[in-house]
Design a protein around this ligand. Structure first.
Ligand code: GLA
Length: 589
């Protein structure tokens, strides 16, 4: 057990990421966590969200506001400020400009890497530090690195991080978290810093492993995986509520503290979803993560309590004693201890009525290029997305096949992750990473590759790979001389509808959703292929007919009463009468 202000205290925490829920919804989600019987919320901090370009720090006020909102909801807080977070987040939270530049040197003692980490810590750690319980706030613990033992063994690096946190004002206990395996615990923990373990089942074995290395540390499961995430093209994962509740009960019966991963998952808005590699060693097939991060968590993507919520609540009520009072965190201390009874989950906003939104305007991406693309870059070999300063989006590569010559196979090397191949303006193939079969192309010809990036691998030895293409070959001959247009997808307000005569796909499509009042919605795109959806300029994320996810969650705060603009970028081919369906509930597979 831990001590809080001298009294025995069990941490009953749940993960909810401020960056996966709209800020307007934080109070609701946090109050729902509290109503489940949790006394603490845990969040990661994604470095790549806060430093999209070197030295350009932004949106740290969101972390600050989230921690205040947690205190207002009567919750203590655990913060995991990176530098690496995993979390099915793009690139495991590391900035793509950093991994592109440093490769295997990230997450080690490499001086250039540490210098970047130090500067990020200079910005983020003071925000966390001013919310500590020791300073009248609610932050009780801070993580040093994330499951580092699943990646490396550089204790000098871990020590540097721990010292850096302390030097910047962290006074509350530091911790590491790792898989319950000897090699992970010995690679990922450091003397003098609390070690915790992450698992989804068999708590007795997991804690026995922790005990072998840390006979005296209080038992803490920093990630109890009560649900799981999904990959495109694979089955939707669910975790049985009764089974998860049984594991939770056993874990708590051992006297342990817990952080439910996730208590509320939320959404990988925009291009934030990461990717994994299959296989025991996380070095196999590439698997991009879907847009929803519902996670089959006790509080679903929309914020509604599920069966898991009620089962967990019953258990947490028996084990939980809300701390008697956190000085200054909440006036009068934390409300709703067991004796006082837990608050009820707060009400949810209305749901949009089922309907259909016709998308009546459209423009080809090729006609929109001058308005959307950054300046073209010409070079000998194809630049990566990162070399073009692009985190995600599309890149159009244009090359010439000299001629005359016969139709040799055209091969794309190192495709990440998907490309439409055009020869003399005609689409001839859609290539996909791992399935990039060579296509016969005669010369002379103009070849265009429109490359889309999916999430960056966020876990394992292949963390931090670049996007784009490595090379294009005609037979064995590299094709040199490339012009590349970076196409960021972060501002669709400039899409020039009604211009151009190009009928080619990809295209943007626009329509108006009428709402009587702001309400939650679920958007489905039956008959569409693959692309992105925006509501009033905010990117909800990717859709793909491959599933398992069929609907995109549209949070009420993005809507206004009256007219709302729906934008779709369809890459493969829109239906004849382009329309988006509004559905009353989610369909995640
Ligand atoms: C690990 C990581 C988390 C998350 C989970 C799976 O435990 O630490 O960030 O990726 O796996 O959801």
């Amino acid at each position: 057990m831990f001590l809080l202000d001298g009294a025995e205290f069990r941490v009953l925490s749940g993960a909810a990421h401020y960056f996966r829920t709209r800020p307007e919804q934080w109070p609701h989600r946090l109050r729902t966590l509290r109503a489940m019987g949790l006394n603490t919320v845990e969040t990661y901090v994604p470095w790549n969200l806060h430093e999209p370009r070197p030295g350009e720090l932004r949106r740290l006020a969101e972390l600050d506001a989230f921690l205040s909102a947690a205190a207002e909801a009567g919750l203590l807080a655990i913060v995991r400020p990176g530098p690496y977070i995993c979390a099915e987040w793009d690139n495991g939270g590391l900035p793509s400009w950093l991994t592109a530049a440093l490769g295997r040197r990230v997450r080690t003692r490499d001086p250039e890497y540490l210098d970047r980490v130090d500067r990020f810590f200079d910005a983020v750690v003071p925000v966390v530090a001013r919310h500590q319980v020791t300073r009248g706030g609610n932050v009780i613990m801070v993580q040093v690195e994330n499951e580092y033992g699943s990646y490396g063994s550089d204790a000098v690096y871990l020590r540097h991080l721990a010292e850096g946190l302390v030097a910047r004002g962290v006074e509350v206990p530091l911790f590491t978290s790792d898989g319950p395996e000897d090699h992970m615990l010995t690679g990922g923990s450091i003397p003098g810093v609390l070690a915790t373990v992450n698992f989804g089942s068999r708590p007795e074995e997991a804690f026995a492993a922790l005990r072998r290395h840390r006979p005296a540390d209080p038992l803490f499961c920093m990630e109890f995986w009560n649900g799981w995430f999904d990959h495109w093209g694979r089955e939707h994962t669910v975790r049985d509520a009764a089974d998860a509740a049984d594991t939770l009960e056993r874990l708590l019966a051992l006297g342990a503290s817990v952080n439910l991963y996730m208590a509320h998952g939320g959404t990988n808005f925009g291009t934030a979803a990461g990717a994994n590699r299959a296989g025991e060693l996380a070095d196999g097939e590439y698997r991009p993560v879907v847009t929803s991060y519902d996670y089959d968590a006790p509080i679903d993507e929309r914020g509604a309590p599920t069966e898991k919520f009620w089962r967990f609540r019953e258990i947490l009520t028996r084990y939980g004693a809300a701390p008697a009072g956190v000085p200054g965190a909440v006036p009068g201390g934390l409300p709703g201890g067991v004796s006082g009874g837990l608050p009820e989950p707060p009400p949810l906003p209305p749901v949009l009525p089922a309907g259909r939104v016709a998308l009546t305007e459209s423009v080809s991406l090729f006609d929109a290029l001058p308005a959307l693309a950054g300046p073209p870059v010409t070079s000998g070999t194809p630049p990566t997305f990162e070399e073009l300063g692009l985190d995600h989006g599309l890149v159009l590569y244009r090359l010439a096949v000299p001629g005359p010559r016969q139709p040799y196979p055209l091969a794309v090397d190192g495709l990440r992750d998907r490309a439409h191949l055009y020869v003399d303006g005609e689409r001839v193939a859609v290539l996909e990473r791992g399935r990039e079969h060579p296509v016969p192309v005669p010369g002379p010809a103009t070849v265009e590759l429109l490359v889309e990036s999916m999430g960056r691998t966020g876990y394992g030895p292949l963390l931090g790979e670049t996007k784009g293409v490595a090379a294009v070959r005609h037979e064995r001959q590299y094709l040199h001389g490339v012009t590349a247009w970076p196409i960021p997808l972060d501002d669709v307000s400039a899409v020039p509808y009604g211009t151009g005569a190009d009928r080619r796909c990809p295209a943007f499509h626009r329509g108006v959703l009428e709402a009587a009042e702001p309400a939650d919605g679920f958007l489905a795109l039956p008959g569409w292929g693959k692309g992105y959806v925006w509501v009033n300029g905010f990117c909800l994320g990717r859709y793909w007919e491959r599933g398992p996810q069929r609907t995109l969650y549209l949070p009420a705060p993005l809507l206004r009463a009256g007219e709302n603009e729906i934008t779709v970028l369809e890459l493969d081919g829109a239906p004849d009468a382009p329309a988006v369906e509004v559905r009353p509930g989610p369909e995640l597979g």
